[in-house]
Design a protein around this ligand. Sequence first.
Ligand SMILES: [Zn+2]
Length: 62
Amino acid sequence: MIKECSVCNGQVSYEAKVCPHCGHPNQYEWKPVSGFFAVVNTIIGMGLFIFIIFMIIFGVLF
Ligand SMILES: [Zn+2]
């Protein structure tokens, strides 16, 4: 997995801790993105979980 460095536009591996071209810390760049997706996944997951719980409750009642 290769991405572009936001500082020097060089190719940086996702696993690299720093950009090999300019030394810009790589991890801190995509952590907020993964955090954002984690929040979205949590919201979708919670919504699905509540939906499944409701389906089970209504499935049992009716
Ligand atoms: Zn760079």
